[in-house]
Each structure stands twice: as structure tokens, then as C-alpha cells.
Design a protein. Structure first.
Length: 134
């Protein structure tokens, strides 16, 4: 019994080990999240979908992403979908994308900056309506 307990304890301490609460504390988790979102932006329906695909709890995933990126995962995915659609780009055309929450004319908005091989595009999206303000 003691050997089994120690074996389980050691396996949880290995890099990339899944913790008992389902939260992957490995440094690669952020890369896994961003890769999943990049490959599935158009079909993502919820944070739970992403969490299930990555084998972590939705609560842990949301908290981890917000802490590491500074933007809630749900907002990041929504803004990315809107921005790509509005500027007519596909994920494969984007080299870099930054999304931040800002206030524009007293409204909470997403500020999205997209870099492609040919150009840079910045848009501000009204969170409530999903429309581009500028």
C-alpha cells in the first residue's frame, strides 16, 4: 500500500503530470491552448469544449489562461472570431494577434491588433454588439 501511494505521488510530480483536480500545471499548457484555439477557432463553442479537448477542468483552464495572458479565454476566442471575420482573414494568414479589453466612448470593447505577412490591422470591437467601432 505504501509503495502504491509513493508511486502515485512520484507520478504526479513528473513534468506535465495531470493533477488530481484535472489541471495540467505544465509549462506547455499555454502552448497547447493557443494551438487548439488556432486550429479550431471557427468551431469553438465554449471554454468547456477546449477544456475537454485538453483534459483539464473548465474552471482551471479559464483561470490559468486569464492569469498567463491577461484576457479571459472566452473573450480571447470571441474577439478572434469577430476580428478574423470582419477583416476577411483566415487563421493561416495571421502571424500574430493581440487582444486587449479597452473602453471606447464609455463602452467596454476589444482592441484587436493583427499582423499578417503583408499588413497590420487594428480594430476596436464593441463587446455588447460584436460590431467594429473603428
Amino acid at each position: 500500500l505504501m509503495v502504491q501511494f509513493l508511486g502515485e505521488l512520484i507520478s504526479q510530480l513528473q513534468p506535465g503530470a495531470v493533477q488530481p483536480d484535472g489541471g495540467d500545471r505544465s509549462p506547455e499548457l499555454l502552448d497547447r491552448i493557443l494551438t487548439y484555439v488556432a486550429k479550431n477557432t471557427a468551431t469553438i463553442q465554449s471554454v468547456s469544449q477546449i477544456a475537454e479537448a485538453l483534459g483539464v477542468s473548465p474552471q482551471y483552464l479559464s483561470a490559468y489562461f486569464a492569469k498567463r495572458i491577461g484576457t479571459p479565454l472566452k473573450i480571447f476566442v470571441q474577439a478572434k472570431k469577430i476580428a478574423l471575420k470582419e477583416v476577411g482573414l483566415k487563421e493561416s494568414q495571421v502571424d500574430d494577434m493581440h487582444i486587449h479589453m479597452v473602453e471606447e466612448n464609455g463602452l467596454p470593447c476589444y482592441s484587436v491588433h493583427i499582423t499578417t505577412p503583408d499588413t497590420e490591422v487594428s480594430v476596436v470591437i464593441d463587446i455588447a454588439s460584436g460590431e467594429i467601432i473603428k
